[in-house]
Design a protein around this ligand. Structure first.
Ligand code: PLP
Length: 416
């Protein structure tokens, strides 16, 4: 890979000059590694104009920015190049000048995690491995299972027992071996790490495998291209382990370093107020975070022991970003308003970013003339129980006109 120079440890700064698909954590301190690139080389082989001509409408459109061989076969599912909408009605409702929604729920397994899982499958294939494993709050699992199935690989998946049924249904349908752990995400992560060690499976845990964040960063590359390389002032993301927001920041910095964009956005980091260890630390300007209980209904960001806190906190601080913590009610409200003003159906963690944008505007943390991208990270069909909680039950009627007229009495004139 001529574009990759190696990796650097985000904890101790140790430089690894040779990386291969089996590279995991820092050999010196066990910290998380960050893949490093030669931006002069990247600049010399691809331009914005080249990019515009590409027919590859997936995350592999950006191969010069990714740790993959040029000659490599890419995984089969079409991951990435998700829709990007200008959301004027929502902007007006929130009292902000310019707002865009990036709907990453429209990925093959319906979440942003597909970007990381596709990368994991590509690297496992490069390493000649055919069993791949991870622990997950749910979406990393279902995306790994789907991407592995498409590549003909076996997947071993560990999820906490609270994982929503939609995600578990996906896992079983994709044929993974699914272990539902009677414990929380922390317990799940621990047992998966032991099992991966024991059986030597390829490890898709995002805090251990440095390539996964490189997959996730493609959301930022797409956002920039979909904005015609004119970045907004802010980009909002919901945060659990911290890999997604750190990945997005990496993507924006890559583009900046390669001269594709001339301004970096500020990050809006959104967590649930009951479970916000990353935001708490970032707001205090420190990477020292404290464990919090996992209490939010937004299961994908219910992470009390974040696995990528250092990278995420550094990204938020470096971007001069904003931290916002939202309640479960604010998340449910954001699910309704995204649905009703944009026709976008988000799972709770998928809507949390938008809940954070709304709250940040209300609290004056963002100027009203700002431009913002809010990323919807997962689809609402993943967690229909919470969607019903957000949006309510339908009118229930007997099959006759009198009953219908009766039911309509409460909701105003049906002519309008
Ligand atoms: C995983 C996930 C997040 C958060 O990503 P992290 O890398 O854990 O911070 C947000 N939303 C959804 C839908 C997710 O699946």
């Amino acid at each position: 890979m001529k574009n990759v120079t190696g990796a650097i440890c985000v904890e101790c700064g140790h430089v690894v000059s040779e990386v291969d698909p089996n590279t995991t954590v820092c050999p010196v301190c066990g910290g998380i590694l960050d893949i490093t690139y030669d931006y002069d080389y990247i600049k010399s082989v691809v331009t914005k104009e080249d990019m515009a001509k590409r027919e590859e409408n997936s995350m592999w459109r950006y191969k010069e920015f990714l740790p993959v061989e040029d000659s490599q076969d890419y995984p089969k599912l079409r991951v990435g190049w998700s829709p990007f909408y200008r959301a004027d009605r929502l902007a007006e409702m929130l009292g902000i000048k310019e707002l865009y929604i990036k709907d990453d729920g429209i990925n093959p397994t319906a979440s942003l995690k597909d970007r990381a899982s596709a990368m994991a499958v590509a690297k496992a294939a490069e390493a000649g491995r055919n069993i791949i494993a991870c622990s997950s709050t749910g979406n990393a699992a279902s995306s790994l299972a789907g991407n592995a199935a498409a590549a003909g690989m076996k997947a071993y998946i560990f999820v906490p027992e609270r994982a929503p049924i939609g995600k578990v249904a996906q896992l079983k349908t994709f044929g993974a071996t699914v272990v539902s752990v009677k414990g929380n995400y922390e317990d799940t992560f621990r047992i998966s790490a032991e099992a991966i060690d024991r059986w030597g499976w390829y490890n898709r845990n995002a805090a251990i495998n440095p390539y996964l964040m490189e997959g996730k960063k493609t959301v930022a590359l797409e956002i920039a291209e979909q904005l015609n390389w004119k970045m907004t002032d802010y980009v909002a993301l919901s945060v659990g382990d911290g890999c997604t927001i750190a990945g997005a920041w990496k993507g924006f910095k890559d583009l900046y370093a390669a001269g594709f964009i001339d301004k970096l956005p500020k990050l809006i980091s959104v967590q649930a107020e009951c479970t916000c260890p990353i935001n708490k630390a970032a707001a205090a300007g420190t990477t020292e975070w404290e464990t919090m209980p996992e209490l939010t209904l937004a299961d994908s960001i219910s992470v009390g022991v974040p696995r990528n806190a250092t990278k995420a906190i550094k990204a938020i601080i470096e971007s001069e970003g904003v931290t916002v913590n939202v309640s479960d009610d604010e998340i449910l409200d954001a699910m309704r308003i995204l649905g009703r003003t944009c026709g976008v159906f988000a799972e709770p963690a998928g809507a949390a970013g938008t809940a954070g944008v709304k709250k940040a505007i209300e609290q004056g943390l963002i100027p009203k003339d700002a431009s913002i991208v809010s990323v919807v990270t997962g689809n609402g069909l993943k967690d229909v129980n919470n969607a019903i909680k957000a949006a309510g039950e339908p009118l229930k009627v007997d099959p006759n006109m009198d009953a219908l007229l009766d039911a309509f009495k409460g909701i105003g004139d049906p002519h309008q």
